[in-house]
Design a protein around this ligand. Sequence first.
Ligand code: PGA
Length: 254
Amino acid sequence: MSRRKIAAGNWKMNKNYDDALQLIRDISATNPPKDIHTILAIPSIYLKNGVDMLMHIIGIDVAAQNCHQEESGAYTGEIAASMLASISVPYVVIGHSERREYFYENNAQLAKKVDTALANGLQVIFCCGESLEIRKSGDHVAYVSEQIREGLFHLSDEQWSNIVVAYEPIWAIGTGETASPEQAQEMHAALRSMIASEKSNDIADDLSILYGGSVKPSNAADIFSGSDVDGALVGGASLVADGFLEIMDALSKS
Ligand code: PGA
């Protein structure tokens, strides 16, 4: 798949059923721009509603926020990629920093999750990003490059077409502090050129790289001004339909 503008929302573990349905209805009523691709990563328990209401009615895709690396089996509480595929969920987020930090997911495990997701026909939004400590040490580009190498470099050229990368500096997630447009562009350009030189120009050119970390209506246009920033993965600001619409509009105009 070639490079696309993508506005992705990540609800994380927010919204009870009635509120989730209301937000889905509110987003359905907003008439989102058609020239960008929109994805909402909603809690797994609501994915079937999302498929029926968002995908089938207004063409917004849904994503799971995680899946297990094994095909099936005795993994109480987990969700298999094949289950997601069986209800027509097209995307899964893999490697979000909250999964890495609170559930100890490491690069090797994430590489397996990517394989299982792709084997089941899902597209993957693969997250990467450095802590504040690593940013301050100046090793951020090397660190994030290694996350990409370990998580994705075993894939074939064809498989890369089902990958979207989301760069999310941990120090900017949910903190209100955003990377500057220059910091976002610098990392995105560095990742794209690393992928071009170590994999291929075609893979790098076709890859959509999203920025995540306190994107909101007031800073979205600036963030999207970077030529290597293809969209955003939005947490808190995706929980309000109007705010998310403003971000989608800013991406559409970028
Ligand atoms: P935030 O979250 O927009 O609330 O910072 C982004 C994310 O974690 O995907």
